[in-house]
Design a protein around this ligand. Structure first.
Ligand code: ASP
Ligand code: MG
Length: 420
């Protein structure tokens, strides 16, 4: 028998009717003799509502109380799922983060999982009970307070539980039937990728694809967790239950590169709107200056993404451009102003309404000309590039957000990703 972790996202548990559907997926695995741990998100929209209430109470609230509030969404769906399973004659119980326990660090609102002692869970599974675990939340042992893992964190809960249980697979059930070459809402010719490597998935997630939380992919990559993205809306009884040692190719399998037979040079185009660009002009060019700029930003938990530093033309001053989330722009600017004394002289320029478009593929390692092709295609559409950054398997450009869709569509067909 296999140990199966099944994670269901917010739209899959949006009401009791859908939770009954989730229960049928679970039943299929139980009937096949598998041991099942289920991770649930909050009902679609529930977390947004909880966050809105916290902000309404006070925009400057205690992060620990924020966590106490927003963790409640998952508590509801875990209990409901257990009740529905019990009503179908299946042994099941709900587990909250602190009951497992899922131990986290103290970064409330975006905590990291430190460890999960799996004994109690494993004992429950051995006794034939399905464990329904709240996603998104854990407990910080030092203070004994609830901590949440950041938006989309249930994916990470699922992978972490899969690691703790040494599960055969971590199946992420969602409202799409897999990972696509790009967002199908923008490009109707987007194709489902039967397999994608951890590295590519990581780049896609951190470049704006919202299918999996970035941290969940990191964790899956480090521990080699076989992760599958599939649709919860597929007929539960028509799917084959998980078997030990073989993984059916449905949805998208996120796996090691060696398990992918043929890969295209480019496997996906990701985009993120809501970016903002900050340029610091005439910063003194001396050792330690970058640390003095980015240290305070990191202390303020502001996530900096692309960083471009120019060469110092006069040997003394340089320009530094970087991006942050548009929502963080005002805070980032005030952090920089506050650090002005330490950083020294600079002029500050910023703009929001920026999009980042990224071309991703492990094939890039062995193919030249991928970047040139991208720049030419964008130029032909009259799209101006504001900044460029690259990794071994990714090229990202910053452009005016108004051109984001055009850029994505153009690149999708330039790299031969359009479905026939
Ligand atoms: N409910 C949380 C959110 O909406 C966590 C998750 O669904 O993954 O972000
Ligand atoms: Mg999600």
């Amino acid at each position: 028998m296999a140990i199966v972790v099944m994670k269901f996202g917010g739209t899959s548990v949006a009401d009791v009717g859908r939770i009954r559907n989730v229960a049928r997926h679970v039943k299929r695995e139980v009937d096949a003799g598998n041991k099942v741990a289920v991770i649930v998100s909050a009902m679609a929209g529930a977390t947004n509502q909880l966050i809105a209430w916290a902000n309404e109470a006070s925009p400057f609230h205690d992060k620990r109380e924020y966590d106490a509030i927003v963790a409640s969404g998952e508590q509801v769906t875990a209990g409901l799922t257990a009740i529905v399973l019990q009503s179908m004659g299946i042994k099941a119980r709900s587990w909250q983060g602190w009951q497992v326990p899922i131990r986290t660090d103290g970064a409330h609102g975006s905590a990291r999982i430190m460890d999960i002692p799996g004994e109690d869970l494993r004992r429950a599974l051995d006794e034939g009970e399905v464990a329904i675990i709240t996603g998104f939340q854990g407990v910080e042992p030092g203070s004994n307070r609830i901590a949440t893992l950041g938006r989309g964190g249930s994916d990470t809960s699922a992978v972490a539980v899969a690691v703790a249980l040494e599960a055969d697979v971590c199946d992420i059930y969602t409202d799409v039937d897999g990972v696509y070459t790009t967002d199908p809402r923008i490009v109707s010719k987007a194709r489902r990728l039967p397999r994608v490597s951890y590295e590519e998935m990581l780049e896609m997630a951190s470049s704006g694809s919202k299918v999996l939380q970035t941290r969940s992919v990191e964790l899956a990559m480090v521990h080699h967790v076989r992760t599958r993205v599939l649709s919860s809306f597929a007929k539960p009884e028509e799917m084959a239950p998980v078997k030990v040692g073989e993984l059916e190719d449905i949805g998208t399998i996120v796996c090691g590169e060696d398990e992918i037979m043929e890969s295209e040079v480019v496997s996906g185009i990701a985009y993120a709107r809501d970016e903002a660009k900050i340029t610091m002009l005439k910063v003194e060019d001396k050792p330690g200056i970058a640390a003095r700029i980015f240290g305070p930003l990191s202390d303020a938990s502001i996530n900096v993404d692309m960083i471009v530093q120019n060469v110092a033309a006069d040997g003394r001053h340089t320009d530094m451009t970087f991006t942050v989330q548009a929502a963080e722009l005002p805070r980032a600017l005030s952090v920089l102003e506050a650090a002005r004394e330490d950083i020294g002289n600079f002029e500050l320029k910023s703009s929001d309404g920026i999009a980042k478009v990224s071309v991703i593929g492990i094939g890039m390692r062995s193919h030249a000309g991928v970047a040139a092709q991208m720049f030419k295609a964008l130029a032909e559409k009259g799209i101006n590039i504001l900044a460029i950054s690259t990794s071994e398997i990714k090229i990202s450009v910053l452009i005016d957000a108004a051109y984001a869709e055009l850029a994505v569509r153009t690149l999708h067909s330039v790299y031969g990703l359009d479905a026939a």
